[in-house]
Design a protein around this ligand. Structure first.
Ligand code: SAM
Length: 286
């Protein structure tokens, strides 16, 4: 064990990243903080206890406080009060980096507003892990989190994201992944490159790569278990005429030729003039 000796932590709120699968992905500094903090707070205290046990860290008599979406407003002031009183408070979410599709944002915001010291022990996050091995550009990316389950809200979100010139990162549950990949193929075009990253760092880690259309076909007959990140390339103007026509049919149901052409051109990264001409031809029944 190469852990540094236990040191006293200065007062403050410490956001500690924890593994997204393999327990050994914890950082040495995260272990130091978990070993030294006066107070431990966690989205799920049982998960944090188990992780500490694996790494030989005893909670001792230290308070271990649950902090999650349901009790945040009630527990936040208590945690901040402890920091004000000079305590070091370590916070870990269920897995990965706190505040990334996990509780933690409001805690950081309020601590900063109160002028309290806020620090982090950075480490695993499913977003970064997926981007690292997706094989898609990482120069600019947009973390989109979980797409909303309701169809209209999801449609709105995907329409906003379609023209964004950045790699898109989605979290999705195995129950909805088929629907989401199909929906992405319809909305962003079947030709966009994507990577479906499942169970990263775990025994059944798997990455499927291909166009959205290919991915939809690859997974159609499979039930996918576990945790999934979907990484989708930006639009590159490579959508087929068939993609363009399919999307125009949908968008023309609710918009004028001009607006529909502009929207489809943006979403697929195609020249506006080309899409406008196609939309006119469709309207004239050519
Ligand atoms: N805070 C976490 C982070 O930093 O990535 C994310 C928490 S969010 C509630 C959980 C989602 O993250 C899962 O539904 C899945 O989309 C993704 N995820 C977490 N662990 C994963 C893994 N090992 N492989 C693939 N995706 C994972």
């Amino acid at each position: 064990m190469v852990r540094a000796p236990k040191r006293e932590l200065p007062a403050g709120l410490y956001f500690v990243a924890t593994p997204i699968g393999s327990a050994r992905d914890i950082t040495l500094r995260a272990l130091d903080i978990l070993a030294s903090a006066d107070v431990l707070a966690a989205e799920d205290t049982r998960t944090l206890r188990r992780l500490m046990e694996i790494h030989g860290i005893a909670p001792g008599g230290r308070p271990m406080i649950a902090y999650h979406d349901h009790n945040g407003p009630a527990v936040r002031p208590r945690l901040l009060q402890m920091v004000k009183q000079g305590k070091s408070v370590a916070y870990a979410s269920e897995a990965g980096t706190p505040a990334i599709a996990d509780p933690g944002f409001a805690l950081a915001r309020d601590a900063i507003a109160a002028g309290l010291p806020v620090s982090t022990a950075p480490g695993p996050s499913a977003t970064i892990a997926a981007l690292t091995i997706a094989g898609l550009p990482t120069d600019r990316f947009l973390f989109a989190g979980f797409p909303p389950p309701a169809r209209s809200a999801r449609q709105k979100m995907l329409a906003e994201l379609a023209p964004v010139p950045a790699t898109l990162v989605f979290y999705e549950s195995p129950k909805r992944i088929h629907q989401t990949v199909n929906h992405l193929a319809q909305t962003l075009g079947e030709e966009r490159q994507a990577a479906l990253c499942r169970e990263l760092t775990k025994l059944h880690e798997e990455v499927l790569r291909g166009t959205l259309g290919e991915l939809a076909r690859q997974i159609a007959d499979r039930s996918l278990r576990g945790e999934i990140v979907l990484v989708v390339d930006r639009g590159r103007g490579t959508a087929s005429d068939e993609d363009m026509r399919k999307m125009l049919i949908e968008v023309l149901k609710t918009q004028s030729v001009k607006d529909a052409a502009a929207e489809v051109a943006d979403r697929l990264g195609l020249p506006r003039r080309k899409v406008y001409q196609a939309a006119l031809d469709m309207e004239r029944g050519k």
